[in-house]
Write a protein that binds this ligand. Structure first.
Ligand SMILES: Cc1cc2nc3c(=O)[nH]c(=O)nc-3n(C[C@H](O)[C@H](O)[C@H](O)COP(=O)(O)OP(=O)(O)OC[C@H]3O[C@@H](n4cnc5c(N)ncnc54)[C@H](O)[C@@H]3O)c2cc1C
Length: 431
């Protein structure tokens, strides 16, 4: 049996991994060179703590006010583009408490399932990517955020997740660089983290060793369908146009580019790119112990053995390579509001030199496009109008967390096996 996967991000490569393990002959078509995509420069969190889908009550109101601040972490670029209007309408309709209540449990199950599969990759000894089960701490400075996070911790406990509420003193014991006006935090103990660049560098090598064919710089340009089935996939590389015509199953895992490719097969996939930025410094003395999110600023920080990454922002809008300097500035300014000691790190000081940063923006700031579905839940499963097309996309800010689990479920569905989890909440045919 032959499978062709479109896209070599974490969703595509994980699907390739589990399909190959089940004996499929797998080809991956990737328009880039597999040295960068959204799955590389992210924060590396595996986040069962993020059991609330992005579409949730309050997100619209908060987002509306944030749109008036150039440094805000969330932004929707206003436009009358039909894809944005369609997505926005669905997103608003999905942002209800009922949706959150229905989604939290399946999302948690998928997050935990996926985390264990990712841990297996590291523990099998075949790959090494700094997988660490230290949890993640959500720090707050205001009573409002504290209240919201305590409520999250309560729901997390109902879902069977382990949390610990830490007070001001404990926060300072954990992170001696913490400002005394940080009220405390909630430590989500089931969270883990890894070094995504290392994982993404090793996966293609191992896949190729296992016989997976990866065709780099191969951009999918169309399909030929016979009835409800894809008969052939057209792609273009530097040598010209080509066709693959013997795939039993096609997996669409093209991240933020997926809607256009789905459209080529006559499918409607409501999804918008959500651009985010990260900056990574090399450090010989790690000043942060535990990965954390600075809640008021929505800034995330991840420590690895010799690096520290700081990231944030969600700009919903078209794919482009513009870096909005005020938002990058907003990320960097948030750090000393919680952890002023980090500014003693010469590498951080160098990064936060705004004049130098402006000059070298492209080298110092990474950006990627999260594939944001219309209800904040991933699309994993068969397409509506095409019998042999499986979707593996729409993971928004959880693509790394859900990558391995997505791949395993795709392999199960492709093989017509019973799935490890109930797939209803992730069914792409819901739209
Ligand atoms: C700042 C930031 C921080 C984040 N932090 C986290 C985190 O801590 N934890 C977490 O779980 N998630 C995080 N995310 C989200 C996560 O990175 C994404 O959800 C994930 O990388 C999406 O993976 P993907 O495989 O779906 O897409 P991508 O990684 O974007 O891969 C899609 C691939 O498809 C290819 N492609 C597109 N069109 C075509 C075509 N026509 N033909 C062939 N190939 C094509 C692209 O070149 C690309 O390589 C973060 C994202 C950002 C931006």
């Amino acid at each position: 049996m032959k499978a062709t996967i479109i896209g070599g991000g974490i969703a595509g490569l994980s699907s390739a991994w589990f399909l190959a393990a089940d004996g499929w002959e797998v080809t991956v078509l990737e328009k880039g060179d597999l040295l960068d995509n959204c799955s590389f420069g992210n924060m590396g969190y595996l986040s069962p703590s993020h059991f609330v889908p992005l579409a949730q009550p309050g997100v619209i109101g908060q987002g509306f006010w944030w749109m008036f601040s150039v440094k805000s972490p969330f932004y929707v670029r206003p436009s009358l583009r039909p894809d944005l209007l369609n997505w926005g309408w669905k997103f608003i309709r999905a942002s209800t408490q009922g949706h959150v209540d229905r989604s939290a449990r399946p999302l948690t199950e998928l997050l935990l399932f996926s985390k264990h599969l990712t841990a297996d990759w590291q523990h099998s000894g075949q790959m090494s990517f700094e997988y660490t089960e230290d949890g993640c701490i959500m720090y707050y400075q205001t009573a409002k955020k504290e209240q919201e996070e305590l409520e999250n911790a309560r729901i997390a406990a109902d879902l069977g997740l382990k949390t610990e509420v830490i007070d001001r003193e404990q926060a300072q014991q954990i992170e001696p660089d913490m400002r005394p006006d940080v009220r405390g935090g909630v430590w989500f103990k089931d969270d883990a983290h890894l070094h995504p660049n290392s994982l993404m560098r090793q996966l293609p090598q191992l896949l190729e060793q296992r016989g997976v064919k990866i065709i780099r710089r191969a951009e999918v340009t169309g399909f030929s369908k016979a009835g409800k089935s894809i008969q052939s996939i057209r792609y273009r590389d530097e040598k010209g146009d080509h066709t693959i015509s013997d795939s039993d199953v096609v997996v669409l895992a093209a991240g933020s580019w997926s809607p256009q490719i789905a459209g080529m097969a006559g499918e409607h996939l409501p999804l918008m790119p959500g651009k985010g930025y990260s900056m990574t410094i090399d450090t010989d003395r790690q000043r942060l112990r535990i990965p954390c999110i600075l809640l008021e600023a929505k800034v995330a920080m991840t420590p690895w053995q010799t690096q520290l990454r700081i990231g944030s922002t969600m700009e919903i809008g078209p794919i482009n390579d513009r870096i909005l300097f005020p938002r990058v500035q907003g990320i960097l300014e948030a750090v000393p509001k919680f952890l002023p000691g980090i500014t003693d790190d010469p590498a951080f000081r160098q990064l936060a030199d705004l004049e130098a940063l402006k000059r070298d923006l492209r080298e110092k700031v990474w950006f990627g496009f999260r594939p944001v579905s219309a209800d904040g839940m991933p699309y994993i499963g068969f397409a509506k109008k095409t019998d042999n097309l499986l979707m593996a996309t729409g993971h928004a800010m959880l693509g790394l967390s859900l990558g391995a689990g997505t791949g395993k479920l795709i392999a199960e569905m492709a093989g017509g096996k019973p799935t490890s989890l109930d797939m209803k909440a992730f069914d792409p045919r819901r739209y």
